[in-house]
Design a protein. Structure first.
Length: 315
């Protein structure tokens, strides 16, 4: 028998008929007319090649065939009901989920670590796995094996969902003895030696140098290119944790997002200074696969991160 040719509603009718032992009572319980229920019983008898219910002095009595089907029908209908129920809300207090998030060290330090700290007691069994951009491929995101990628993205698949977490302006982080601290003009900035820090998207990064075009060097150097200027870059890095080098080398300047610079506000040898030219703020987004979009757990994670991001000050 081909299951596609079977009206599975008939099993619902049979279950009620066996329980009520009456066509009229079953029809009333299912809000059907008695002729409709009688027709359903006829179809059931044809389907199983058995009378299923036989009229006796005690009313309609289930046959051995009907009684043998009862347990399987109840099991099937229970499973069907469970499958078709809407997902329950995600209970983060008791969940044992593990969320995998791709982020560079700027996002990890400014957003994810404080967020995870806030969740350690509220969601004691939820785990987090933070992966650097170099360890994640586009295919990982498409398959949904990575829950979120958080970064600034120059391009992404159109099928991905996205949400902006924040926009961050740039400032200069440098040693308190650097000449630029007291002379914050473009000339002093250009005369200085710089740390280049850039990490967008995911996957392997290409090598860059002072001879690379501004579009390869990133937003800071693109802004300088608009002024027909270039800076003297002594160090190229994809990591934002360079405070030790800045404290040890007073001649260096790092032009970085302000939220990152705020992590060093209590460092006695470091200070933040304005940038002497306009730079378009970076836009930090979280993106995710459409395979995860309707997951209750994933929806909770996105809402929680978005709400938390609003508490991270940019000044």
């Amino acid at each position: 028998m081909n299951i596609r040719n079977v009206d599975l509603n008939l099993l619902v009718y049979l279950n009620v008929l066996i329980e009520e032992k009456s066509v009229s009572k079953a029809a009333n319980k299912l809000a059907l007319t008695q002729p409709a229920m009688s027709n359903a019983l006829k179809r059931l008898r044809d389907l199983f090649n058995d009378p299923l219910l036989v009229r006796t002095g005690e009313g309609m009595t289930p046959t051995d065939k009907a009684n043998s089907l009862k347990a399987d029908i109840v099991s099937l209908l229970t499973m069907a009901e469970q499958i078709t129920q809407p997902d329950k809300d995600f209970a983060f207090e008791t969940s044992e989920a593990t969320f995998r998030i791709m982020a560079n060290d700027y996002i990890e330090a400014t957003l994810l670590i404080p967020f995870i700290q806030s969740m350690l007691s509220l969601a004691p069994n939820i785990n987090f796995d933070i992966l650097p951009p170099g360890d994640v491929k586009l295919q990982d995101m498409e398959k949904g094996s990575i829950d979120l990628a958080i970064n600034r993205f120059t391009s992404m698949p159109k099928s991905f969902h996205q949400s902006t977490l924040w926009r961050d302006n740039f400032c200069c982080l440098t040693h308190i003895e650097h000449p630029y601290v007291n002379q914050t003009d473009l000339e002093t900035y250009l005369d200085s030696e710089h740390i280049w820090i850039n990490r967008a998207g995911w996957g392997a990064e290409t090598a860059v140098s002072n001879k690379s075009g501004s579009h390869k060097l990133g937003w800071v150097d693109e802004a300088l290119w608009q002024l027909d200027q270039t800076r003297n870059i002594r160090l190229f890095t994809r990591h934002y944790m360079m405070s030790g080098l800045l404290q040890a080398q007073p001649q260096l300047i790092a032009t970085i997002p302000r939220r990152q610079a705020m992590l060093y506000k209590n460092e006695p040898k470091l200070t933040t200074v304005r940038v002497p030219f306009q730079i378009v703020p970076i836009e930090i987004k979280m993106i995710w696969s459409p395979l995860l979009h309707h997951s209750k757990a994933h929806q909770w994670l996105r809402r929680a991160l978005l709400d938390f991001s609003k508490t991270v000050a940019d000044r």
